[in-house]
Design a protein. Structure first.
Length: 255
């Protein structure tokens, strides 16, 4: 049984990076159609005064929203500085490709989210009629009545500026570094902070942020295998080798 558990654990790690975003998308649909999205957002809406009390709050609007935008700009400049250094110093030029991967994977997630926002008819909570707005509550598979304006809300844009950094997981994976889990945690944590800040303001539902995370995850994953097409086979081979090594180190068990 121990050998089977080891093999299952190794295989789970390998395929989890593909399957987890699908779980996030399914959860997003459940949140929408169970009305848990609405229930969550109603906690931040003042029905008595018919307003969103935290919409302009110094923490959620000033620090997390505006400050988050400045943070992303700072990180972009930091990448540029590092890329210049990598190209100038001969001993670092082997890192140029992974730096380009990081740029493309990190930028494409928010770009795709921005494109989808410009073409979907899902609205922010503060735009909805049930929260004293003007627009109907539409979900991802609902019919869109003719003449409705684009929502500019789905998927979530601001959290994509954090979730896009899940690409750091694959940057460190390329070098088989244990830091990859911290890269993943950084991207997920930053995206959650950005996303929760917007939810408290009334700018997004939780489902919006889950879809954004799934998009950024799949963009990072897909670009990783485009930049390094032999990596999937290499990871499979390394998994099988790890299974053999660990199973051979165990005492022979029967039953």
């Amino acid at each position: 049984m121990s050998i089977l558990k080891i093999r299952a654990g190794q295989r789970f790690y390998l395929y989890a990076i593909i399957l987890i975003p699908l779980v996030l998308l399914l959860l997003a649909v459940i949140l929408e159609y169970s009305d848990l999205d609405l229930l969550w957002e109603s906690q931040f809406y003042d029905a008595g005064r018919q307003l969103w009390p935290y919409k302009s709050h110094w923490l959620f609007n000033g620090v997390i929203h505006t400050g988050g935008q400045y943070l992303d700009k700072f990180l972009a400049v930091l990448w540029l500085v590092i890329f210049v250094v990598v190209n100038v110093k001969k001993e670092l030029r082997s890192y140029r490709k992974i730096m380009l991967y990081f740029l493309v994977a990190t930028a494409l997630g928010p770009a795709l989210v921005g494109f989808l926002k410009a073409h979907t008819h899902i609205y922010t909570p503060w735009d909805l009629q049930i929260f004293n707005g003007k627009e109907p509550h539409l979900r991802i598979f609902d019919h869109v009545p003719q003449g409705l304006p684009v929502g500019h809300a789905f998927p979530a844009g601001h959290s994509s500026g954090g979730f896009c950094f899940v690409s750091l997981y694959f940057v460190f994976l390329r070098y088989r570094s244990r830091l990859r889990i911290y890269g993943l945690l950084f991207g997920v944590a930053l995206g959650l902070i950005f996303g929760l800040g917007q939810q408290v303001r009334g700018a997004h539902f939780p489902s919006h942020d889950l879809v954004t995370l799934a998009i950024c995850w799949y963009i990072s994953l897909g670009m990783y295998f485009i930049f390094y097409p032999k990596e999937w086979t290499a990871l499979q081979n390394e998994t099988e080798l790890a299974e053999r090594r660990r199973s051979s180190s165990l005492p022979n068990q029967s039953g």
